[in-house]
Design a protein around this ligand. Structure first.
Ligand code: GDP
Ligand code: MG
Length: 407
């Protein structure tokens, strides 16, 4: 072989090796990209090992809420995503609720779920239309699932006196009570009280976050509210609390007391009774957590105590003879069966449902979280709210200036 030929061969080999390395790297890159795009982003982060070192944990109980939020918000979204809990959004809706729901979903996605990609489950007493499924799934970054409610979870109990129920609706309507005449509203409240968490689609989940049509989140939510609950041993979370219309639940407290006298073992030792009663349990003060937004560990609803309580209430048929809401039922159960430090108020999310809203009154917080709300409209410390009382019975420090926003 001549010297020129040998040199030529040497150069060719170097070029060949360089090209091989280059194409190997390229093919590796392409294959990892394509495998990511073939599975959803949410499932790819689900399986990412949780290796972050600054992951918050239960010792956070010793921090104030402000310190916790600062701590959680400072952690990178990507890192937080690796520590997702087994939670999902749940929405009960009619097909006709679609367009009111679109805004709710956009708000949840824009402020929270585009960062975390939690799944979303929809329930309906009828089949969802293709349009409903197409539109909602196009907006949601997690997986979407659509479930039909079993007939037995959305129908009159066999022993219901239909005439008595019709007369009760009429009487309540004469008092001018909202939804007094509606049968479907009563099915809805009963389903949300005792059945939604029994749907097989929820069986694989430990946590749920309820979303309704026509709600809005005003502020950026930069930490995983589910993860916050899990890490801090919280079971029930809410944003707004309010008084119930007494006429809708005339017999609810009497039935609750009957249940408790037969089942005192279910009452938690360090409970939140003082939130729902001003006289040590003699009467109900009508305070309840507004359940249209709630984040709950489903083990609470699946517990023996909650199930026995629901069965006792349902046997009265007063979901139909009165108009019992799921909000007072969830709230009474949470206040009695949970320890008070298992209940958490999210007063940092900025949340609105119909006429009432939570808007953080701290200027710095609102500005740094791009909150799009007027603090004058914050309901937290207004007279019809129960959240001032909640702060008191939980021994929480009210924000500076709260009096300025209290009517
Ligand atoms: N599938 C179904 N969902 C319902 C029905 N009535 C109410 N809902 C849903 O139940 C939730 C509460 O109803 P909503 O009208 O918002 O009651 P409000 O918040 O008490 O005024 C919402 O998510 C509704 O979309 C119904 O008849 N069928
Ligand atoms: Mg609603």
């Amino acid at each position: 072989m001549s010297l020129v030929k040998a040199k030529y061969l040497q150069v060719s080999i170097v070029i060949f090796i360089a090209l091989s390395i280059f194409f190997n790297i390229r093919s590796y890159t392409f294959s990892s990209e394509s495998s990511q795009s073939s599975s959803s982003y949410s499932s790819s982060i689900d399986h990412f090992p949780s290796t972050i070192t600054n992951q918050p944990h239960s010792s956070d109980n010793s921090l104030t809420q402000e310190e916790i939020i600062n701590k959680y918000s400072s952690i990178q979204y990507q890192s937080l995503s690796t520590s997702k809990v087994n939670g999902c959004f749940v929405t009960l809706a009619r097909n006709s609720d679609l367009w009111g729901l679109v805004d709710s979903i956009r708000s949840v996605q824009d402020r929270f779920n585009n960062k975390f990609n939690y799944d979303w489950i929809f329930f309906n007493d009828e089949e969802f239309t293709d349009e409903f499924k197409e539109v909602t799934s196009s907006l949601i970054s997690g997986k979407t699932k659509y479930g039909k409610i079993p007939k037995e979870h959305w129908s009159f109990p066999e022993n219901l006196d239909l005439n008595k129920a019709a007369k009760a609706r009429e009487d309540l309507s004469n008092l001018g009570v909202i939804y007094a005449e509606s049968v479907s509203y009563r099915h809805m409240c009963r389903f949300e009280s005792g059945f939604f968490y029994k749907h097989p689609m929820l069986a694989d989940y430990d946590w749920y976050w309820r979303v309704e049509p026509d709600i809005q989140f005003f502020c950026d939510i930069n930490y995983d509210l589910f993860r916050y609950m899990a890490d801090n041993n919280k079971v029930y979370g809410f944003a707004i609390s309010i008084h119930e219309f007494e006429a809708t639940i005339s017999s609810l407290w009497g039935e609750t007391k009957k249940f408790l006298s037969d089942n005192p073992q279910y009452i938690a030792k360090d409970n939140l009774l003082d939130f729902i009663s001003d006289d040590g349990g003699a009467t109900y003060n009508l305070c309840h957590f507004w359940s249209n937004f709630e984040i709950v560990n489903l083990s609470f609803f699946r517990s023996e105590a909650y199930e026995a309580y629901f069965q006792h209430l349902d046997a009265t048929n007063n979901f139909f003879y009165e108009r019992w809401g799921d909000a007072p039922i969830h709230s009474i159960a949470a206040s009695l069966f949970l320890k008070k430090d298992e209940i958490h108020m999210f007063n940092d999310v900025g949340y609105s449902h119909s006429v009432y809203q939570n808007c953080p009154i701290d200027n710095d917080f609102r500005l740094s979280h791009s909150c799009a709300c007027n603090p004058d409209n914050d309901f937290t410390f207004k007279g019809y709210s129960c959240s001032g009382k909640y702060f008191d019975v939980q021994g929480l420090k009210k924000p500076n200036n709260w009096e300025k926003y209290s009517d």
